[in-house]
Design a protein around this ligand. Structure first.
Ligand code: 2AM
Ligand code: CA
Length: 265
């Protein structure tokens, strides 16, 4: 596959599918959701998460037959390796926000080829902001090129953390909170990564992110010079859950050395 020849066609299609999916999601605000519990009472899935994932899978299979799909709700393929082209999809990232706030949730789509991120999309539905990137071509918010991040020291920036990290690893959250300008919690890995990409946050730490929470954001983040790794500095494994850190290079280094000095990673 030569992605360079296909970026434009794929980009147009993915954007169309994302905007269609967003319309469907917004329409659901007027209708009662069917909500089910997954691993615990804060890990929820709605009929909308499932419907949107199915919508993407149908389109991908129609336009790109043979390409495998890893989706959060499990309607795609049983992906055990990243050989060839793999789509990684989170139909609604921040499902709790979607249910309780009707804001701060995202649609995320990524394409990886032999384990390398080629295209990434995070759509902040309620802000109508589509963050996108194609490997080597920079990152965009809607039509606007996002500048490479300002590589400031950690003490000059705000850091977002996941709520799982806050509740399970509060010592770690305190360390990072003291060393930075402060800590923020939003509850959507996609939206938090988008804030790091656009410089509103200097970093985002999470205790346990699934491949679909990471895949799109990693492609976009790397295009603006951010570093996206596990919390101990190792490479992300997109077939497993990862304790993860995305941050501007200086802050990334500082956070890793702070945490290892305190034996937190
Ligand atoms: P989700 O809404 O798609 O599940 C909240 O801190 C962030 O963590 C959201 O991006 C959320 O994505 C993700 N998240 C919530 N529960 C999770 C779980 N059990 N495993 C991995 N990620 C989770
Ligand atoms: Ca989700």
């Amino acid at each position: 596959m030569n992605f360079l020849n296909q970026f434009i066609e794929r980009d147009q299609l993915i954007k169309e599918w994302i905007y269609d999916a967003a319309k469907t999601i917004k329409t659901s605000f007027n209708v009662e959701l069917d909500i089910q519990q997954k691993s615990n009472r804060n890990d929820l899935v709605t009929n909308m998460d499932k419907a949107i994932e199915k919508l993407f899978i149908e389109k991908i299979q129609q336009y790109f037959p043979g390409e495998r799909i890893l989706g959060e709700e499990g309607f795609g393929d049983d992906v055990q390796n990243l050989d060839g082209v793999v789509w990684i999809i989170d139909p609604i990232d921040g499902t709790l926000n979607f249910i309780k706030q009707q804001s701060d949730f995202a649609i995320m789509v990524a394409i990886y080829e032999n384990g390398k991120g080629q295209m990434g999309y995070i759509y902040d539905v309620m802000q109508d902001k589509l963050y996108s990137a194609q490997k080597g071509s920079g990152a965009y918010c809607n039509q606007t090129l996002i500048p490479v991040v300002d590589d400031k020291p950690l003490k000059e920036g705000l850091v977002a953390i996941s709520s799982a990290l806050m509740s399970k690893e509060e010592g770690l959250a305190r360390i990072v909170g003291r060393a930075s300008s402060g800590v923020r919690l939003i509850g959507s890995a996609g939206i938090e990564t988008a804030h790091v990409v656009s410089g509103r946050l200097i970093g985002y730490l999470a205790a346990s992110l699934a491949p679909w929470d990471i895949a799109a954001g990693k492609v976009i983040a790397e295009e603006v010079g951010l570093v996206y790794t596990k919390l101990n500095g190792d490479s992300i494994d997109l077939l497993k859950k990862n304790a993860s850190l995305v941050a501007a290079p200086l802050a990334h280094k500082e956070i890793i050395s702070l945490l290892s000095a305190e034996n937190k990673v």
